[in-house]
Design a protein around this ligand. Structure first.
Ligand code: 2DT
Length: 220
């Protein structure tokens, strides 16, 4: 497909609890944008293919024990190792759709309720990473998420943890945290079609305006 000349690509992040349908929706969004002639690439965090990502994978599968701060920094390092690539792609006109980003980083670590690991601390290693033009939070009740076929075997896939994660995600919005300005909540309890439509409504305009140059630089 022929690239159209654009000012830069957009950076869109999709977040949510496990089982909220992120992977399906990220793929649909990429397909829809591509069908409309946008250059688009899909990425996800954690990226388990890098050496840092392999350590994260071992931790999530409970094959390795790590201090809460250490694993937090590995998740952040896993984003930093991709930061220059993200910036490069965006400046070449590719729109990046990203499955999880630093919002997951902050809230999952803070949800562990380690008194020495506050949300504020959790935020700091990610300061300076490329800032998304839009973050979609796929909101789903933890009970409903579990009813969608049960959680898997990985570290954080337990109801109490998921409930705290959801509260912290929504808290970003309610407390007017810095991240809230980029964030839009979409009800993930609807059908796949409805959710896809809601995401499209919240992202297609952003992609258009970024590509046409009305939003200049990618922020940090
Ligand atoms: P997936 O199931 O999407 O592969 O995620 N997580 C993720 C963190 O704790 N910190 C992070 O920075 C990121 C990106 C969320 C695996 C788990 O890793 C958690 C679920």
């Amino acid at each position: 497909q022929q690239a159209r000349p654009v000012s830069r690509g957009a950076f869109i992040v999709v977040e949510g609890l496990d089982r909220a349908g992120k992977t399906t929706q990220v793929k649909r969004l990429c397909d829809s944008l591509y069908a409309q002639g946008h250059n688009v690439k899909m990425i996800r965090f954690p990226d388990r293919t890098t050496p840092v990502g392999k350590m994260i994978d071992g931790y999530l599968q409970s094959k390795a024990q790590l201090d809460d701060h250490s694993i937090h920094l590995l998740f952040s390092a896993n984003r930093w190792e991709k930061a220059a690539w993200i910036k490069g792609q965006i400046s070449q006109g590719y729109t990046i759709i990203c499955d999880r980003y630093y919002y997951s980083g902050m809230v999952y670590s803070a949800a562990k309720q380690n008194p020495a690991l506050s949300l504020g601390w959790a935020r700091s290693p990610d300061v300076g990473l490329p800032r998304p033009d839009r973050m979609i939070f796929l909101d789903l009740d933890a009970k409903e998420a579990e009813a969608r076929g049960g959680y898997g075997e990985e570290k954080y896939e337990k109801r109490s943890m998921q409930e705290r994660v959801r509260e912290l995600f929504l808290g970003l919005l309610l407390k007017g945290e810095e991240e809230s300005t980029d964030m839009v909540v979409v009800d993930a309890g609807q059908s796949v079609e409805h959710v896809a439509h809601a995401i499209w409504k919240e992202t297609s305009g952003v992609v258009q305006s970024v590509e046409s140059g009305s939003r200049k630089q990618i922020g940090t």
